[in-house]
Design a protein around this ligand. Sequence first.
Ligand code: B12
Ligand code: SF4
Length: 517
Amino acid sequence: MANVLLINPPQMYRLTQIATGTVPPIGACYIAAFLRQHGHNVQFIDALGERMNAFSKRGEATVRGLTIDEIIDRIPKSGIDIIGITNLFSHAWPVVRDLARRIKELYPDIPIITGGVNQTAIPDFILSHGCIDYIVLGEGELTALELVDRISKCRNVDDMSGLAFMRDGKPVVNEKKIKDLIEDLDILPWPAYDLIPIQNYINAKSPHGASRGRSLQMIATRGCPYTCTFCTAPKMWLPKWRSRSAKHVVDEMEHWHKELGVNDFHFEDLTMIFDKPWALAFCKEILDRNMKISWQMPNGTRSEIFDDEVCDVLKASGCSNVAFAPESGCAKTLSLIEKELDLNDIVEGSKRLIKKGFVVCAFFAIGFPHDTVEDIRMSFKFMRKMAWIGAHEISICTFTALPGSKLFYMLTEQGKIELTDKFFSDLLYMSDLSRAASWIEGVSPKKIARWRRWGYFQFFAISYLCRPWRLFSTIFNITRGVENTKVERIGHAKLNDVRLLVNGVIKSKKRKEASAL
Ligand code: B12
Ligand code: SF4
């Protein structure tokens, strides 16, 4: 038995960024639950969850949660055998690195293990810093368990698949293979939310989708069979879609409903509605149990199987919001990014959903390195079409070379990427309304940022001109704190940010005045 301490680092974001939210560290909670199920003792420091309303600055970014010093203070001085740090986001790498360095200085004998998308994407670069001992690549549970078992029995780990580490001054990366993935996802226990301040997340009401009640994030399926060039999923999860059984997923929903009063489930899967028999079985399971809940897919899903039968059963089971990811309206771009989708499926699926009363969102990305002005114009045309047919909202990201994606490796090979702290923090421009990065030769970042704003303007102008009542209900909902759409969630969250900021300024002014007296 080993004593393992897991750490979720603080959140990094920019105030002008729109895709933020306070979401629990699902992956690390899966690791905690799995290790615990197999006899290990697990403790958790959740830097975001423990101090959601504490903000500090790091360069241009805002850091939300415990500072590195506060995390260090919370590490027990003795009795810890292994420390694990989760690192999903590449933009958070500089903080994870600084944290790992501090821990290594103070506790040089405790092995530090990490996992997450960023760690899986660039393991040799990460290991070269010398502060992290082992990286669990891709899906974490089986590898983490074997690693902890072997470390605690002082056994050699060199032959372990899905693990990266240093040997003789050189990084060794034993890639994970499809055969190493968990075959039956029902073996996984529910994430160990009892180890983190889960109520803080639920009460913060700042999830990924619209907050329609007491919301909680879940994962029903893992992986995606597609291999889009801008996406990190193929490297992280390997191109294979797997699902938990419908019963296992709905058992978990019932568990959180009883335990935490959750009544709004946000599935953060890569593509949840992909296999028709599974989708029908999942909805039937909810219906058979007569659960009074809502659920949504804020992270988006493929659109191929959204026929009338699927849409009807989704609606009946409480699904309220669906997001599709056309990414582009240009056939050439879609082919270059290997998206393999038919825009017609998006249009027809959206029309069906809108008619049946769902809230529909479409995700776009502009500024791929091969994009031309004409390609982007075609995307704008498709955005206008989505507004015309009645889609409720869109999200426009500017292309970002996310570590783990094929385009990231391609641009690195071309010598266009240098892994500096600035590169990592600039990744936050992806959804930052104030600025962008440009990967298109001859096009300035300012122009890309302007294009994004122009895209949003066209979509919402058409949407609200065609359906003016939506504008009034959006304003009304934001001011009353009611959320049916992501726009309402973001509006509401930004109002909250301003309130917290103003409160902070008033408090510090009062403190200064008091100390001056
Ligand atoms: C939920 C989510 C969010 C949430 C926040 C999540 C969180 N906990 O903080 C919200 C909505 C806020 C969000 C926002 C953004 N997100 Co996001 N998000 C996700 C999403 C959909 C799910 C993450 C998840 O829970 N996965 C499920 C769990 C089970 O997997 P996992 O976390 O990877 O964990 C497994 C392994 O990694 C490993 N593991 C993880 N931790 C550890 C630790 C140890 C010690 C070990 C051994 C193993 C281990 O084991 C786990 C179990 O197998 C992923 C895509 C995806 N489906 O994974 C994108 C993803 C993480 N997001 C991404 C991005 C880019 C963003 C944004 C920048 C987007 C934007 N438009 O601006 C913002 C940034 C927000 C911010 N400022 O921090 C990228 C990150 C890529 C990268 N290289 O950085 C991802 C991968 C999606 C993508 N496009 O490729 N996101
Ligand atoms: S973008 Fe979507 S469809 Fe493409 S690989 Fe990623 S998860 Fe799959």
